[in-house]
Design a protein around this ligand. Structure first.
Ligand SMILES: Cc1ncc(COP(=O)(O)O)c(C=O)c1O
Length: 360
């Protein structure tokens, strides 16, 4: 079976973990600090704050930007549930706008009409490894005095006109094992703002500035040094992994027939967390099943947009109509693109997809 994801763990990660275990200092410590510094440098920002997951990174990023009860945050419904749930955790309400069908990302043109007096932030989700079209989003944010919280959980190292994902506001990354780099579980917040940095560090650690003196409500959102040791070793390989993912994606795009290949807008560096095609004429599920039968992994990210998830409808009263989001949910299929694929794996994926269409 050719799997959708395969964490690339080598001797460097194993040795780094053993060093932490031998040190006896397992919780947040020097490795977390080193990982934060290296991650900030990768993104081209001043500060990075490690957390226990991408979800806690998003939650903390929102709290540090003072998003709370009564506020609205504009985002996409075509994403993993954590994007919108992190907004709910703060007491704020996600307001969904439709996606650009070419990129699957938030449509910048639709943001301004969704702004109300309650809007405090925009959360662009850089889906599949491609950043949103940030210039118009930044213009709207500036005009209406809104903060930007980037959900960069799928976009480590992605580029937009010379800048990196996570450098446009407060960024949040996931380090889950399927991501372009992993720490086992983990997350990272990125920012240039020293106030946001300090707030994240305090709230990550039970609202504690001085030991056992608690100024505000906080959480335990810390990363351990064991996880940071893995993440730091992985970060050194990020460029190599991303080059490999892009080469794999290029091969797939040049050879696949019958599907619409991913679009890479000018000036952007796609890091292909997912290689996601559109399958026409209602054939997506049949292709998914065919590939499974032929030992080729594939997955639908995401079959149910967030505004149609049952508890968003029944408990939270969402009844939006988002035509492009809903069409994408019916048509998308992601194929394996990870850095561990061999040339023969890629040939097998192409052959299986092309045989499906030749036979149908
Ligand atoms: C777009 C997006 N946002 C948020 C998350 C949450 O990250 P984590 O699973 O590390 O909590 C993910 C993880 O899959 C994601 O893909």
């Amino acid at each position: 079976m050719i799997h959708m994801a395969k964490p690339q763990i080598g001797e460097e990660e194993k040795q780094a973990v053993m060093e932490v275990l031998d040190s006896g200092m397992l919780a947040q410590g020097p490795r977390v600090k080193a990982f934060e510094e290296a991650f900030a440098e990768m993104c081209g920002v001043k500060y990075a704050i490690a957390t226990s997951s991408g979800t806690t990174a998003l939650h903390l990023a929102l709290l540090a930007n003072r998003i709370g009860v009564g506020d609205e945050v504009i985002t996409s419904a075509f994403t993993f549930i954590a994007s919108a749930n992190s907004i709910l955790y703060t007491g704020a309400r996600p307001v969904f706008v439709d996606i650009d069908p070419r990129t699957f990302n938030l449509s910048a043109d639709l943001i301004e009409v969704a702004i109300t007096p309650k809007t405090k932030a925009i959360m662009p989700v850089h889906l599949y490894g491609l950043t949103c079209d940030m210039d118009p989003i930044l213009r709207v944010a500036e005009k209406h005095n809104l903060v930007i919280i980037e959900d960069a959980c799928q976009s480590h190292g992605a580029g937009y006109k010379g800048r990196k994902a996570g450098s446009f506001g407060t960024g949040a990354f996931s380090l889950y094992p399927t991501k372009n780099i992993t720490s086992g579980e983990g997350g990272m917040i990125t920012t240039d703002d020293p106030v946001i940095d300090e707030k994240c560090r305090v709230v990550r650690q039970h609202g504690m500035r001085k030991r056992y003196y608690h100024d505000e409500l906080g959480f335990n959102f810390r990363m351990t040094d064991v996880h940071a040791a893995i993440g730091l070793a992985q970060l050194k390989k990020l460029d190599k992994f991303n080059v490999q993912r892009r080469a794999n994606a290029r091969f797939l795009s040049e050879n696949l027939k019958g599907v619409t290949a991913p679009n890479i807008p000018d000036g952007q560096t796609h890091v292909f967390h997912q290689y996601t095609v559109r399958v026409p004429d209602g054939m997506r599920d049949a292709l998914h099943t065919y590939l499974q039968e032929h030992e080729v992994g594939s997955e639908v990210y995401y079959p149910v947009p967030i505004h149609q998830q049952s508890f968003y409808v029944s408990d939270l009263g969402y009844k939006d109509s988002l035509p492009e989001t809903e069409r994408a949910a019916q048509e998308v299929l992601s194929l394996p693109v990870h850095a561990g694929l061999s040339a023969s794996d890629l040939e097998t994926i192409v052959a299986a997809v092309n045989e499906f269409f030749a036979g149908s």
